[in-house]
Ligand binder design. Structure first.
Ligand code: AMP
Length: 373
C-alpha cells in the first residue's frame, strides 16, 4: 500500500496480515532529499523493494492500495481506480488542496509503473460517510453550504475503522458501541455503533474538534472574523495561526506531548494549562459521544499520544465513575490492552492503530469483490 503525502511517501508490502517490507521516503522536494518529486520517490520505493527481492514487477503482487485523504460525498467506500475515479478525485482537490494532489501524484506514478495491476483508493473520509444529516450539517444557509460542499466529512477514517473493530472484538462485543479517541499529531474522536460511524469530531477540514499538536480544534468561528477585522491578520496568517501554530504548540511552545509532560513534571505553568485544555476537550467529547451512543461498551485510545501516555488517559477519564468509566491505574501505567477496572461497565482499551494494514485489507476486499463480480 502507498501513502503518498505532500512531503513523504510511505509504503508497506503485505502478504495477508504479514508485513514483508516497509519504508518511508521523506522530505520530498526539499534540499538534500533523495527525491525531488513523487515520481523519483516512487522509483526509490521500487528500487528498495527490488533490493529485497520483492520488486514492483513481481507477478505475486496482486494490487496496490492508495490512501486518499478526501473522498467528499462521492466516495463512501474503497474504490477500484479508473480514469473516471482519478477525475473525480481531482474534482475534490478544492476540499483538500494539500493532500489530494499528493495522493493523486502517487496514483499516477504507480499506474504508470504497473498499468496492468488493479489499484484501489482507500479514502480517509469514507468511514464517516454513515453519520446522519443531523451530525453532518452545519447550521448555516443551506444554499451556500450545498453550493460549496460545506459539511462534516471527518478524517482518520481508516484508523477509526480499524480501532473501533479491534476494540469491539477485544471486549467480546463485535456489534457494540465504541468511542474511539485517535490522539496523534492530529487528533479526532468518533462514536461508532455496530461498525457504523455515528459522529466524528473533525469536520469539513481536519481543523475541527480536539486540541492537536499544532491545530486549535474547536473555536468560536467569530474568532476568525475578529482576527481579520480587529487583529488585521490576512486569511493566510489566520490559517497558519490555527493550523500550524495552534494547539499544544500555540499554548505552550511544544507540540510533542512527551516534552509537554516533562515540563509538567517540573511544574511549568504553560505546560500545565496546555495539558489541562487538551484533557478537558477530550473529556467533553467523551461525554458528547456517550450521549450520541446512549450506551458505551468500550472507549479506545490510539495514536502516538493515546497509545503511549498513561497520564492523558487517566486525566481525561478521571472522575467519570458515575458513567461506569473507571481506569485501573496499574493496568494503565503498564499500557495493557484493557485498562479499565474489572467492575467498570464501560471498558477502556489501548489499541495500537494500523492504518496500513487496514488499507491493505480494504484493498484486498475490493479486489476479491471485483473478481467475484
Ligand atoms: P502519531 O501522529 O500518531 O504518530 O503521534 C505522534 C505524537 O505522539 C508525537 O508528536 C507525540 O506527541 C506523541 N507521543 C509519542 N510517544 C509518546 C509518549 N511516550 N508519551 C506521550 N506522547 C507521545
Amino acid at each position: 500500500m502507498l501513502n503518498s503525502g505532500s512531503s513523504s511517501v510511505k509504503y508497506r508490502l503485505m502478504s495477508g496480515n504479514e508485513r514483508l517490507a516497509s519504508g518511508t521516503i521523506e522530505r520530498i522536494g526539499e534540499p538534500g532529499s533523495p527525491a525531488a518529486d513523487h515520481e523519483t520517490a516512487l522509483k526509490i520505493v521500487a528500487t528498495e523493494l527490488a533490493e529485497k527481492g520483492l520488486g514492483l514487477d513481481s507477478p505475486e503482487l496482486v494490487a496496490i492500495g492508495h490512501r486518499v485523504v478526501h473522498g467528499g460525498t462521492t466516495f463512501t467506500e474503497p474504490t477500484l481506480i479508473t480514469e473516471e475515479v482519478v477525475r473525480k478525485v481531482q474534482e475534490l482537490i478544492p476540499l483538500a488542496p494539500l493532500h489530494n494532489p499528493a495522493n493523486l501524484a502517487g496514483i499516477e506514478v504507480a499506474r504508470r509503473l504497473r498499468p496492468d495491476l488493479p489499484q484501489v483508493a482507500v479514502f480517509d473520509t469514507a468511514f464517516h460517510s454513515t453519520i446522519s444529516p443531523a451530525a453532518a450539517t452545519y447550521a448555516i444557509d443551506r444554499e451556500v453550504a450545498g453550493r460549496l460542499r460545506i459539511r462534516r466529512y471527518g478524517f482518520h477514517g481508516t484508523s477509526h475503522a480499524y480501532v473501533s473493530r479491534e476494540a469491539a472484538l477485544a471486549v467480546g462485543r463485535p456489534a457494540g458501541n465504541v468511542i474511539v479517541l485517535h490522539l496523534g499529531n492530529g487528533a479526532s474522536a468518533s462514536a461508532v455503533s455496530a461498525g457504523r460511524c455515528l459522529d466524528t469530531s473533525m469536520g469539513m477540514t481536519p481543523l475541527e474538534g480536539l486540541v492537536m499538536g499544532t491545530r486549535s480544534g474547536d473555536l468560536d468561528p467569530a474568532v476568525v472574523l475578529y482576527l481579520a477585522r480587529t487583529g488585521g491578520m490576512s486569511l493566510d496568517e489566520i490559517d497558519t495561526l490555527l493550523n500550524r501554530r495552534g494547539g499544544m504548540l500555540g499554548l505552550c511552545g511544544d507540540n510533542d506531548m512527551r516534552a509537554v509532560q516533562e515540563r509538567l513534571a517540573d511544574g511549568d505553568p504553560d505546560a500545565e494549562l496546555a495539558f489541562s485544555v487538551y484533557c478537558h476537550r477530550l473529556r467533553k467529547y467523551v461525554g458528547a459521544y456517550y450521549a450520541v451512543l446512549g450506551t458505551v461498551d468500550v472507549i479506545a485510545f490510539t495514536g502516538g499520544v493515546g497509545e503511549n501516555s498513561p497520564l492523558v488517559r487517566l486525566t481525561a477519564l478521571a472522575g467519570l465513575e458515575a458513567l461506569g468509566i473507571a481506569v485501573d491505574p496499574g493496568r494503565n501505567a503498564r499500557g495493557e490492552r484493557l485498562i479499565s477496572t474489572d467492575d467498570a461497565a464501560v471498558k477502556v482499551a489501548v489499541i495500537p492503530t494500523d492504518e496500513e494494514l487496514e488499507i491493505a485489507r480494504q484493498t484486498l476486499e475490493v479486489i476479491s469483490r471485483t473478481n467475484r463480480g
